[in-house]
Design a protein around this ligand. Sequence first.
Ligand SMILES: [Zn+2]
Ligand SMILES: [Zn+2]
Length: 387
Amino acid sequence: MPILNRVSDMYDEIAFWRRHLHQHPEIGFEVHQTAEFVARRLEEFGVNEIHRGVGQTGVVAVIRGRHGDGPAIALRADMDALPIVEAGGQPHASTIEGAMHACGHDGHTAMLLGAAKYLAETRNFKGNVVLVFQPAEEIGSGARAMIEDGLFDRFGISHVYGMHNMPGIPVGDIALKRGAIMAASAKFTIRIHGRGGHAARPHTTIDPIVVGAQIVGALQTIVSRTVDPIAPAVVTVTRFAGGTADNIIPEAIELWGTARALSMADARHIEERVTAIATKTAEAAGARVEVDYNQSIPVTENDTDEAAFCTRIAREVVGDARVDAETVPVMAGEDFSHMLDRRPGTLVFLGNGASAGLHHPAYDFSDEAIPAGVSYWIRLVEGKLSP
Ligand SMILES: [Zn+2]
Ligand SMILES: [Zn+2]
């Protein structure tokens, strides 16, 4: 079964929403206009329930099927943009200086609205579909905020599904895998307190720059020497800050970094090693260290049965040749992982073609992916909640 005809009819309207959202990006939890735009459209569609302000600025809607009672499943889209100055000169470019939909969440939101419109019209399922429009994905807090606001219990959700566009995959193709599809993501700050002094009298100081350099070097051994070589992991130091002049050894410096892994066991191992290396290296030099380690995003883990189900749905929608059911995982993190931690489900990638990469100033969501994405959502609901 190919792209739904009704979805093709709705294409112009969905693309119009997408471009409107692209012109008005909002960041983090401050997605007030976006949430209002979403809620207004949902009112027009005549969904059964609309809840504003779930997890601060999230919106949740419920559509009841016309075939009686059944489970409730959730479809999730993220609404937030990034603090990037947009490069593209297209007519629908951002009108907000320093904010940009550079991750395609404008497309995710518009596609879920398209699915909502169709599902509210046809209701050809049993049970409930719960539409989840989430804030603050890019800062890794929105999914957790909605969960802590009772998302799963309030709406009786048994399964949860997500979708993210992916540059480099042909437009409208669908890629997924069972198990880990996106990485656990941690951020860390290491503050090294030495003893400052004259640069020409180093023996009277404890030089935090030398300690920091040793720590950066030693951190490189975590992945290369202590993680199984066939298990992907990353430790990257992204900032090395301190010092004021060529003749002063500073009191303190600061390192920032991030770690990624495709298993929580590796993620916890890396946390333990970063902390131990920083602490022991500083101790050996007589310096003091503070380590803030924030294991903020778990592995995005697709349930085996649900990945098989979603593969079948994707093949129905776009055809066997355009579905990759064993895609390569990516080492970026996605806070939808918090939802998959609580309920079984699947995150799929929707091809965005040869666009600029995610988070790049020249990126743009590809509207040509809309029919595949919206049809996938609809068929997923009608398949999972079939009467
Ligand atoms: Zn992003
Ligand atoms: Zn994203």
